[in-house]
Design a protein around this ligand. Structure first.
Ligand code: NAD
Length: 379
């Protein structure tokens, strides 16, 4: 039972899927752990640290791909690498299954069983391997630090002989895992925070973190498996109207509104941007899935009507050490479910709800129904 960690193919990906600590968890499962030489260097984990923890280090890419193995990673490799994975191999990582039909097809054709970390069910049992939560959480923290650093205004209140500085006002739109961590971080910095989410259940969590929840009566909004549903055009209009006053007051806006498996909703339109204070700034977390802000650009910072809109693609990767440490634990959590310690072999139990939710390809086919239908429709 080999678990092989290849270097990330995307040179912009700063995170890694294995830590020295997680090597120990994996070897405890009777797995043989192999790491591509230099994999953790940028994060600060040397080859020696990995070998001390029980892994072997290999620099020859051909040798790494010579035998069937579980290949965990942060991002999916390109099709050219997938096709070199021996049949019967397994892959685990962020697969972006709703948008990357090409890669899913490549995994199926290569006979690789691919697990999508995005598709792990958000249940109590699956918490240990909830990579969306671990990465959203780090991102929520980082977005506030980034905004504070860029703002040109102090965040906490300061009463000094030279004058009183009023606390910065932060508005958080979307109070899921990333939004709640953003609120907690902004609170620690001394900001005054308002927040909004379409799921009313979130109100209590927002208030317990010391932020004000903006009450907007949208009528029935509903949830599907814990995720928000798309609003009707009338509800969207009401939401925008209800948020405008808070937007006008805000120095920093963090937008994290997301709809699982669908493009993000636009929650700040161009005319709303025009009503914001000059010098204020927005960090748009949803930019990779279309953006919460009209005009935001993935991977760029743009100024729209005097408001800076930051749209980085990989916020969690800016805190790569801790993001990697948590992600490596998530991968080890998945390995616990698919490694048969006694028989030293992988076992894929499709009756297990975590496996059923996250396994996308198996035995040469796309086995996840929703993903299969989606890509069949677009083929
Ligand atoms: P997400 O990233 O999919 O969405 C972020 C937030 O955006 C959500 O809170 C959503 O309600 C909100 N949103 C959607 N449309 C909006 C709009 N128009 N305006 C404002 N906000 C909008 O969500 P997530 O943070 O990954 O969490 C999703 C759910 O899973 C949450 O209910 C969370 O509590 C739950 N969860 C459960 C567990 C567990 O039980 N183990 C673990 C993690 C998360």
């Amino acid at each position: 039972m080999r678990i092989v960690f290849l270097k990330e193919s995307d040179s912009e990906e700063t995170r890694v899927a294995v830590s020295p600590e997680s090597v120990t968890s994996l070897t405890n499962l009777n797995a043989q752990v192999v790491i591509q030489s230099g994999l953790g260097e940028a994060v600060g984990w040397s080859d020696t640290e990995y070998t001390k923890a029980g892994a072997s280090v290999e620099s020859d890419a051909g040798a790494l791909l010579a035998e069937p193995a579980l290949f965990p990673a942060v991002q999916a490799p390109p099709a050219s690498v997938i096709s070199r994975m021996p049949r019967g191999s397994l892959y685990a990582g962020f697969l972006d299954p709703f948008n990357r039909g090409d890669l899913i097809q490549a995994f199926a054709e290569a006979g690789v069983s691919a697990f999508s970390m995005e598709m792990v069910p958000r249940t109590t049992r699956a918490q240990k391997l909830d990579a969306l939560s671990s990465q959203h959480s780090i991102a929520g923290y980082y977005m506030v630090l980034l905004a504070a650093e860029r703002l040109g205004k102090a965040v906490p209140m300061m009463a000094t002989p030279s004058g009183v500085i009023h606390p910065a006002r932060v508005l958080v739109i979307g109070a899921g895992v990333a939004g709640l961590q953003a609120i907690a971080t902004a609170k620690r910095l001394g900001a005054r925070i308002e927040a909004f989410d379409t799921r009313p259940a979130v109100k209590e969590q927002v208030e317990s973190l010391g932020a004000k929840f903006i009450d907007i009566d949208l009528g029935e909004t509903g949830e599907q498996g814990g995720y928000a549903k798309e609003l009707t055009p009338e509800q969207q209009a009401k939401q925008r109207e209800g948020m405008v006053k808070a937007l006008e007051r805000a120095d920093i806006v963090i937008t994290t509104a997301a709809l699982f498996g669908r493009p993000a909703p636009v929650v700040i339109t161009d005319d709303m941007l025009q009503r914001m204070k000059a010098g204020s700034l927005i960090v748009d977390y949803a930019v990779a899935t279309g953006g919460n802000v009209e005009g935001s650009v993935a991977g760029e910072e743009v100024t729209l009507h005097g408001v800076r809109v930051i749209g980085l693609k990989n916020y969690a990767g800016r805190v790569a050490l801790d993001a990697s440490r948590m992600y490596a634990n998530n991968i080890a959590g998945l390995a616990q479910i698919i490694c048969d310690r006694e028989n030293k072999a992988f076992k894929i139990d499709r009756d297990d709800d975590i496996v059923a939710g996250s396994l996308i390809t198996h035995d040469g086919e796309i086995v996840n129904e929703r993903i299969r239908e989606l890509h069949a429709a677009s083929a």
